[in-house]
Design a protein. Structure first.
Lengths: 164, 245
């Protein structure tokens, strides 16, 4: 091999090596599987696991919200898909909603999930007709209202409201 | 250290009687087979060495979590860069590497770039080696950090040749490895059970872990860092004073 090509190879090895090492130290994957997933994110080929998403959706429709969340998290381990994150947030809403009072812990988690949706896609709008709340902004407002204690919380007519 | 001077090749050729003398000027005919030797030296310098030093750069900050063996990538502390810079000065002072032999105006830009790339990988590997050998926090970080600084500072003003410096480096890094991954790792309590349980079962280890702020890592970390240290020293051994021309 000509010396010139050896020098070019050396430069390439060094550049590729530093990029890879920099990527690992910045993204901090905890397992080899995460290395692969984070690499897909970095090169723009990341896709959610459709099978797990389908399982999550089936569990969501069957009102098994805990199971749905687990499946959605497996489907989108990098938390980069707005639709999956929206369903996760929605599952917190439905599970935490109460006619008399809401579950604050679940609503807090839901608020964080809805924030994630807004961070990924601020204009996200679901196409699922079975959901009463269509956008992440509306969902976030529901969570924020649910977490506040206001005089309207003591309105007895609130007992007639329905979960969305 | 690899000897790269042309004089040595010239002496080999003289032994074979391929020497002509014309008007008091010595002409040395280099045999064609020398070309392949140059290439193999170039492979070692430009392909093998960056690969070795990049491996050290990768592994130097890698630890394994004590509970789940998860990867933990620790970025080097600022002091590691300072130590690496001082060590680099030491390499140059002892003529382990000659800067003018690696980077020169007379060389083509591509060759200079290749040489800078090799030196850069050496520097980052040195940074990560200090990252590997320095305890992460607490009193031990400062004590061992001070020992490193003291040794390097003393060495800066001593007369070294490359072989002695390499031996000194092996001794320094070897001792630091033993202290961190054998001595300190053995007085670190394992994070199993409750704090009270650990305190009753092994009060000494728990006290040392708490007092010295020792991080708890999986046993695999020591093995990884052993390979990182070995690769680094092999890389230093293979590093020529200056690349073949």
């Amino acid at each position: 091999m000509k010396e010139k090509y050896i020098h070019i190879s050396s430069l390439l090895i060094t550049i590729v090596g530093f990029v890879f090492i920099g990527f690992l130290y910045v993204s901090e994957p905890r397992t080899l599987a995460e290395v692969a997933t984070k690499s897909q994110v970095a090169i723009g080929t990341y896709e959610i696991n459709k099978e797990e998403f389908g399982r999550g959706l089936a569990a969501f429709r069957a009102e098994d919200y805990g199971g749905a969340r687990l499946a959605f998290e497996r489907a989108d381990p990098e938390k980069r898909d707005p639709a999956t994150q929206f369903y996760i947030a929605y599952s917190f809403y439905r599970q935490g909603w109460g006619r008399v009072s809401n579950d604050d812990a679940l609503f807090q988690s839901g608020l964080a999930a809805s924030d994630r949706v807004l961070a990924i896609d601020p204009n996200f709008r679901t196409s699922d007709g079975s959901l009463g709340i269509k956008t992440a902004t509306e969902l976030k407002t529901e969570f924020e209202d649910g977490l506040k204690i206001t005089p309207s919380d003591f309105n007895p007519f609130k007992l007639t409201r329905e979960r969305k | 250290m690899q000897e790269t001077d042309k004089e040595i090749e010239a002496v080999e050729v003289i032994d074979k009687g391929e020497l002509d003398t014309v008007e008091e000027k010595t002409i040395v005919r280099f045999p064609t087979r020398k070309q392949s030797q140059t290439s193999s030296g170039s492979y070692a310098t430009y392909i093998l060495l960056p690969a070795v030093f990049l491996t050290v750069t990768l592994l130097g900050g890698l630890r394994l979590g004590a509970v789940d063996n998860a990867f933990l990538f620790l970025k080097p502390a600022l002091i590691c860069l300072v130590f690496a810079a001082l060590t680099f000065v030491l390499f140059v002072r002892s003529r382990m590497i000659t800067i003018e032999g690696w980077i020169s105006e007379d060389r083509p830009m591509l060759e200079n770039a290749g040489n800078i790339a090799v030196l850069l990988t050496l520097f980052t590997a040195t940074v990560q080696l200090y990252n590997s050998l320095l305890p992460e926090q607490g009193l031990t970080f400062w004590v061992i950090g001070f020992c490193f600084f003291w040794t390097i500072w003393n060495n800066l003003f001593a007369d070294f040749d490359p072989k002695r410096l390499l031996r000194s480096m092996i001794a320094l890094f070897g001792l630091a490895f033993v202290v961190k991954y054998l001595v300190l790792a053995n007085i670190t309590a394992a994070p199993t059970g409750s704090w009270w349980q650990r305190l009753f079962e092994n009060p000494g280890k728990e006290a040392f872990t708490w007092l010295l702020e020792l991080p708890q890592y999986s046993a695999g970390t020591g093995y990884i860092q052993f390979f990182a240290l070995s690769f680094y020293l092999i890389g230093l051994y293979l590093l020529p004073r200056q690349p073949r021309q």
